[in-house]
Write a protein that binds this ligand. Structure first.
Ligand code: NAD
Length: 284
């Protein structure tokens, strides 16, 4: 039976470290880090996400603020707001909650954020730095996955890492981070042939597909480490991951649950990234 990787516990320890450093630096610098989240429209899931971000920021001594803009906001108005925040020295991190209404071009919005305030790490400058291995801001979910592996002292070097999913926010960046740590990386996606056979070779499996219980227990190699990024509802509306947890757990050496795995890490890493940008802005 696999060890369950406790994302709540690991994220709590990261948040505790961030809180301590924020307290110390606040004293030293005379101001707290600032994180501004922009929410355009009233998407119910996004409302919950932004509230959680604001609440967590406050708990850690970070000035968390939500700017709510109506669904009818034009791209120009949103870009203007971002420009104001780029020029506000009290704001260290800017996050525009996705998805945006369809009349707004997400890429133009990402491009508008000052890369030094891009706490999501989605700006091409930060993505480019990640690709060539230079220090920049690392996207929260992939970074959280690496922190979990480090916390559990899971060896990455020389291991076969299989990633299912090639999105810009999870699959691609986590592949790069594992490659940098010397894993042999295979990226699978919707056109991959013989997926179960590829997964059977994985020492480390990252599932970021977005399909409930998509990865079956008999695809898993004995002793594999499984990171389940998926957040899905099953036929009974229960929150489940991309991996059939009950079956996979019997084979894995380590496995993340859903909920309580990768999810809490993402928000902790957002706070961690905000602290990093605050330090950069203060030449620390
Ligand atoms: P996405 O929809 O952008 O990407 C899904 C990927 O899965 C694609 O690259 C696609 O090629 C691949 N895919 C689809 N069908 C496939 C198939 N049959 N075989 C192999 N690959 C297939 O999704 P995303 O934004 O990367 O998110 C993935 C999941 O992770 C979602 O459930 C999302 O809710 C969740 N997520 C969780 C967190 C977190 O904090 N825990 C953060 C981001 C995303």
């Amino acid at each position: 039976m696999g060890n369950i990787i406790d994302g709540k516990k690991i994220s709590a320890s990261i948040k505790e470290e961030v809180k301590k450093e924020v307290e110390f630096l606040k004293e030293k610098i005379g101001r707290a880090p600032g994180l501004t989240v922009i929410l355009v429209g009233e998407d119910p899931a996004s409302q919950i996400y932004v509230k959680n971000k604001e609440k967590t920021a406050k708990e850690l001594g970070i000035n968390g603020e939500i700017i709510r803009m109506p669904r009818s906001t034009t791209q120009e108005e949103l870009l203007k707001k971002i420009d104001e925040l780029n020029n506000n020295p009290e704001v260290d991190g800017i996050l525009v909650q996705l998805p945006l209404p369809s009349h707004i071009d997400e890429f133009q919005v990402t491009l508008a954020i000052d890369p030094s305030k891009d706490v999501d790490g989605f700006h091409p400058v930060n993505m480019g730095k990640l690709l060539i291995g230079k220090p920049g801001i690392i996207p929260c979910t992939p970074y959280g996955i690496i922190k979990m592996l480090e916390y559990e002292k899971i060896e990455i070097e020389g291991k076969n890492a299989v990633i299912i999913g090639r999105s810009n926010i999870v699959g691609k960046p986590v592949s790069i981070l594992l490659l940098q740590r010397h894993a042999t990386v295979t990226i699978c996606h919707s056109r991959t042939k013989n997926l179960p056979d590829i997964v059977k070779g994985a020492d480390i499996l990252v599932a970021a597909v977005g399909k409930a219980k998509f990865v079956k227990g008999n695809w898993i190699k004995d002793g594999a480490v499984i990171i389940d990024v998926g957040i899905n509802r099953d036929e009974n509306s229960k929150l489940v991951g991309d991996v059939d947890f009950e079956e996979a757990e019997k084979k894995a050496s380590h496995i993340t649950p859903v909920p309580g795995g990768v999810g809490p890490m993402t928000i902790a890493m957002l706070m961690y990234n905000t602290l990093q940008t605050f330090k950069t802005h203060n030449s620390l």
